[in-house]
Structure formats: structure tokens, C-alpha cells
Ligand binder design. Structure first.
Ligand SMILES: [Ca+2]
Length: 530
């Protein structure tokens, strides 16, 4: 009867709402620095086995054109949690440290807060890296918008409860580490306190077993904490959490589990059973272990009868880092950036184009692919549509629901355009096949680096036709000045409006400087309106 009603509505041209009759559980697995080319099903030339990601794709949907809002950790996470481009926040470049205060504005709606309003239990297990307010010792400081200085690592009273952490932005439960695993403090945090106060000091080799002098920042460590133990601990916690929520989920109280892993970011520290497994390198071993965590999550869902009604996303917060040792991987025929230019930190594609695989058996057709251009900031609007909510004007300003693509109903582009941002705050805007970069070099760590003679010798902007030139080899800005002008105007409008989606204009947290590198002697570019 219901089916017949839906069919007749369809026949009459009535739009059937996409939001689900039963709200799905949502598990969002955010890898740290996993490259597009590191996932076998996305990069057939790749040499690292990722059987669980491949299986997820076989049972779900691959997005081939998915992007993070930034090519580094903290800003991408800000965009993911808020549905607002990271560059609208106070943080205009770089990343936070493990002791930095909270970045997300106190009155801002987040994805977990939205889901909580709609009956979800919400948990974050993993690497936060969005700041939290530690109690500082009298007269001591920590840097607010950068990684703390070495002398600041003992500025914090680790025994005191932490304020304004993940619990303050809508999570019912939190377990994890404050920031990247190469940053202090080396402690686990549960809800608002460390599970054990640090009693010693340590640092870890950037790559396990390699005595090459490269090590993580030196700082406080809790008894029993080890870099090698973090991925297994997060995996265990996530699986236990699924088990603990299973009965409620089956009874109609869905859960949202945000699982930002700290791998395969440095320190590259695969567990003993994974060491040497890839036959390629420690990084490749660590990618395989990260993939196995996805496997453990999928197994837990099946074991508890939750697979059908759980939306699983597997993605990454930015491209692969050069710390993975690209030359060593290349010797084995593996390129973590696949056909794309650059890597983590860059404005080039491999900085921000990431693996993005979705499985949701109740809604998503198995074994499908979408070439829709999407962004990690789209989670807010997607969740809102799933639960049948409206995102208020002052939230999710850059978020577009990808639910039509999940349901296989998207014909035309879902997004008008997408904005990218590099570690030094360089901007890029992409519309269709055109990608305009408002910088002369990489805006990040690959050559030509910002403000080097090599970069300064190049045109001020780069325009690439990704349909013909996915590897961003030929700058065609001189041939298409009208495209450069049009896309620049669109980006200026997005900045001035405080949003890129329909709705009332909003304010950015700070005035935004559109042009990050300028050639000496040339006039300063006009500053876009706030
Ligand atoms: Ca990262």
C-alpha cells in the first residue's frame, strides 16, 4: 500500500522527501593524511592493499571528486563539524596545537549538536585537534592559534578538568587525544579529563624503527601511553561503543560516532602484527592497519545487526604528507597522490582531494560511483536533510546536502562551486572543470613553495582545466581571463556574504585577506569585504 502510494506520487510528479523513515546511525571515519592514491579501489596503480575500503566501495558508493575545505588538519575539522568554510573562523592559516584553546565559536551549531537535537546519541572517539581549554598554571601561557612553543608544554595543569572540549560542541561522549599524535600532550582524554596524568616526558620517532633524527615534539606523557598503542586503543573504543549503543540503536535511538583516527599521520607506528605486512614501507603497513580499523567497525556493525541502517563514511582530512616518504613509495611503484599534483598542505588537488566512500545499504545502491564535486563541509546539510531538519541561517553557511547523490537522484551539480584553502591560507575556487588558484605556487609544502624565487617568477594566478589536465600541469590563465575574472568575483561574493549557500548574509570571524602571496614591488591586492 505504502509502496503503491509512493509510486503514484512519483507518477504525479510529487517530490518524495529524501529523509529517511528511520534515522540511520552515522559513523564518520576520518583518516589523518590518507592520500587519494592510498586506497586501492580509487587508484588501481596503487600498491597498498586496502581490502576493507574496497569492500565498503563494493557495498556502497565512491565519490571520486570529494574535497576537504583545507589541505591540513585543524581547518578541515572545523569545516566538517560546522558546515562552514574554515577560513571564516579566526584561524587563517596553519593548525592548532594540543594545548590550544577551543576554535569553534561558543554559539555555533555543530553536526553533533544538530543530531543530538534530533534524538541521536553522539560520540567522538579519536584525534580532536580543534582546541580545548586546559587550566593553565598561574602566569603561564599557551599559543592560541598555532602549535605551542616547546617551553609552553608544561604550562598546563593536566590534573584539572578540561573545559570547552568536544563535549561542549554537542558530543555526549569523548575519548581520544587532543591533537595530532606528533604533538603534546601524550595522554588519553575521556570526556573532560585525562585518563591518567602525565608523569614523564617523551617523544617518538617519526617513523617507527628509523633512527633518522626525526622525532615528534618532546612533552608530557602519561604512564602506559605509547604512540604505537593509539590506533589499537581507538579501534577498541569504537568497537566497544558500537556494542554499547547497539540495543538502543535497534530500539530506535540512533547514534552518531565521529571517529577521527590519528593514522596514517606521523608518528608512523604500525603495531607489531602489521610491521612488514605491506612489503613496501612502514607507512604502507600503517595504511593497511588503518584500513583494518575500518574492517573492525564493519564487523561490529554486522555482529550487532546494525549494518543495514548505518551510514558509514570513510574519508581523510587532507592529502598524504611528504612524511610518508614519497621517493621510498615510488621505488615500489606507489604514489599516494595518484594522478593528482602535490600533497598535504598544498592548494593543488592532492592537498585536498580525498578518498570518500559511503555505505548505507538501506539507501545507497551498492557498487556505484559519483563524480559529483562534494566537500567535507557538506555533512551538516546532509545530516539535516536526513533527519528532516532545516539548517538555520547562522549555521552551516557553506554546507550542501549530498543526500540526492547518496540516493542516486542527483543529475545536475549539487554545489555551485567549492572553495579550497592551503596551509598558508591561499585560496582556490573550483567550478565544473575550472579550478582557479589565487597564488603563484603551491601555497604549501611542494614546489614551487610560496614566496620563493621560483614562485615569484610565475603568474599571480593559476587556472587549470581539470577535465583535460587533472594533474594541473598547464596554467591557462592567460588564455581565459574571463574565467579568472568570473571565478574571482564569485569567491569575493562568497567572502563578502559570509556564506556560499542561499540564506541571510553572515559575518566572518575576522577580515579575510584573499591574496596571500604578493610579488614585491607590486601593489597590494584589494582586500575583500568582510
Ligand atoms: Ca591531517
Amino acid at each position: 500500500m505504502i509502496l503503491r502510494t509512493i509510486l503514484s506520487l512519483l507518477f504525479l510528479g510529487v517530490i518524495v522527501p529524501l529523509h529517511a523513515a528511520t534515522k540511520p546511525n552515522i559513523i564518520y571515519i576520518l583518516c589523518d593524511d590518507l592520500g587519494y592514491g592510498d586506497v586501492k579501489c580509487l587508484n588501481p596503480e596503487g600498491k597498498i592493499a586496502t581490502p576493507h575500503a574496497d569492500r565498503l566501495a563494493k557495498e556502497g558508493l565512491i565519490f571520486t571528486d570529494a574535497h576537504t575545505s583545507s589541505s591540513v588538519c585543524t581547518p578541515t575539522r572545523y569545516g566538517l563539524m560546522t558546515g562552514r568554510y574554515n577560513w571564516r573562523s579566526k584561524l587563517q592559516s596553519g593548525v592548532l596545537g594540543g594545548l590550544s584553546p577551543r576554535l569553534i565559536e561558543a554559539d555555533r551549531l555543530t553536526v553533533p549538536a544538530l543530531l543530538k537535537q534530533h534524538g541521536y546519541h553522539t560520540a567522538c572517539v579519536g584525534k580532536w585537534h580543534l582546541g580545548m581549554d586546559w587550566v593553565k598554571h598561574a602566569g603561564r601561557e599557551v599559543s592560541e592559534l598555532t602549535i605551542e612553543k616547546p617551553e609552553q608544554v608544561s604550562s598546563v595543569d593536566y590534573v584539572q578538568p578540561i573545559k570547552n572540549g568536544p563535549m561542549s560542541v554537542g558530543f555526549d561522549y569523548y575519548f581520544g587525544i587532543a591533537a595530532s599524535l606528533d604533538m603534546v600532550p601524550y595522554v588519553f582524554i575521556e570526556n573532560d579529563h585525562v585518563t591518567a596524568p602525565p608523569t614523564g616526558e617523551t617523544s617518538y620517532p617519526m617513523t617507527l624503527g628509523r633512527d633518522d633524527g626525526k622525532a615528534t615534539r618532546k612533552g608530557p606523557v602519561a604512564p602506559g601511553f605509547s604512540a604505537i598503542g593509539v590506533l589499537p586503543a581507538l579501534t577498541r573504543k569504537a568497537v566497544e561503543h558500537i556494542e554499547a549503543r547497539a540495543a538502543n540503536a535497534r530500539a530506535g535511538k540512533p547514534f552518531f560516532l565521529y571517529l577521527p583516527l590519528a593514522s596514517p599521520h606521523t608518528p608512523i607506528a604500525p603495531s607489531p602484527e602489521w610491521q612488514g605486512k605491506s612489503g613496501i614501507s612502514p607507512y604502507a603497513d600503517f595504511v593497511m592497519q588503518t584500513d583494518a580499523t575500518l574492517g573492525a567497525i564493519l564487523e561490529a556493525l554486522e555482529k550487532h545487526g546494525l549494518a543495514q541502517d548505518t551510514l558509514v563514511v570513510f574519508t581523510s582530512d587532507n592529502g598524504c604528507s611528504p612524511m610518508a616518504n614519497f621517493p621510498e613509495l615510488a621505488e615500489k611503484g606507489h604514489n599516494p597522490s595518484a594522478q593528482f599534483r602535490g600533497h598535504k598542505a598544498d592548494i593543488f588537488e592532492a592537498g585536498h582531494r580525498v578518498p570518500f566512500i559511503v555505505r548505507w545499504p538501506a539507501k545507497v545502491k551498492a557498487g556505484t560511483t559519483s563524480d559529483q564535486t562534494i566537500c567535507l563541509v557538506d555533512l551538516m546539510a546532509t545530516c539535516a536533510e536526513i533527519v528532516g531538519a532545516k539548517v538555520p541561517d547562522n549555521a552551516g553557511e557553506d554546507s550542501v546536502s549530498i543526500l540526492p547523490a547518496l540516493a542516486g537522484q542527483a543529475g545536475k551539480p549539487l554545489r555551485e562551486a567549492v572553495v579550497h584553502h592551503s596551509i598558508n591560507g591561499s585560496f582556490s575556487i573550483r567550478q565544473g572543470n575550472w579550478k582557479l588558484e589565487l597564488c603563484s605556487g603551491s601555497g604549501g609544502w611542494s614546489d614551487p613553495k610560496p614566496n620563493t624565487p621560483a614562485a615569484k617568477a610565475l603568474p599571480l594566478v593559476q587556472l587549470y582545466d581539470l577535465a583535460k589536465d587533472a594533474g594541473e600541469k598547464t596554467n591557462v590563465q592567460a588564455e581565459h581571463p574571463e574565467v579568472v575574472a568570473r571565478l574571482t568575483r564569485l569567491l569575493e561574493k562568497y567572502i563578502a556574504d559570509g556564506r556560499s549557500t542561499p540564506g541571510a548574509p553572515q559575518q566572518n570571524a575576522v577580515p579575510i585577506e584573499l591574496w596571500k602571496d604578493r610579488v614585491a614591488g607590486q601593489p597590494k591586492r584589494p582586500k575583500a569585504a568582510n
